[in-house]
Write a protein that binds this ligand. Sequence first.
Ligand SMILES: O=C1O[C@H](COP(=O)(O)O)[C@@H](O)[C@H](O)[C@H]1O
Length: 234
Amino acid sequence: MSASWLFFPDEEQFGQAAASHAGRLARAVLEKHPHFTLALSGGRGPLPFFRHLADADLFAPEMWTRTHIFFVDERMVPPDHADSNFGSARRHLLDRVPVPEENIHRMPGELPQAAAAAAYTETLDGFFGCRPPVFDLLVLGMGADGHTASIFPGCSLQDGNQPVSPATAPGATVSARLTLTGPVLDAAANVLFLVLGADKHEPLRRIRSGDRSLPAGRVRGGRRCWYVCPPPPA
Ligand SMILES: O=C1O[C@H](COP(=O)(O)O)[C@@H](O)[C@H](O)[C@H]1O
């Protein structure tokens, strides 16, 4: 399935459109299914989205009780650490919406990497009952080096049939990570890439021209939408 691309002049419009997109998807899923499953990324990209997702007109309060939150990747730090992806989602979104605590499934970044991968695999297997798990919506970001989730250039998106894998972020402040694997990104019903920053224009140009060498360009999950701010030069 091909991807669609939308370009936004400012973070306000970018965040609002992304939240509205997620709200529409959740409404459609919840008309037919008991749950809406949403996996969140870390970094700067999702912050404007988080701000607007707390708007009850875009994502109705009663939808939160049936929404289950998962994580795309995590740094190996405790949940209250400044670099925790869960901590960021907690501060910018989860503390501001009526999502039940038991619907939040965080990656246990405080555990040793292998134990954390095993524990989150058990969480996913228990909830979804299939491999790979099929998320209703995966929110992905992209780094200026073309990485997505914690899958960096030169790394395989696959780890057997494991849905979760330990990973290393070259040169990052917290390099030990946990990430969902390629098959999970590819199995999602919907993927929303939130790409913020002009430093991403070059990898975006390569991906749009069909270059599949960058991890973000290799994701093949369901209906893929790329939301980009600011727009690349013509
Ligand atoms: O390391 C990470 O970076 C990517 C991109 O982050 P951004 O700040 O450039 O938007 C993010 O998607 C991923 O979850 C995070 O761990």
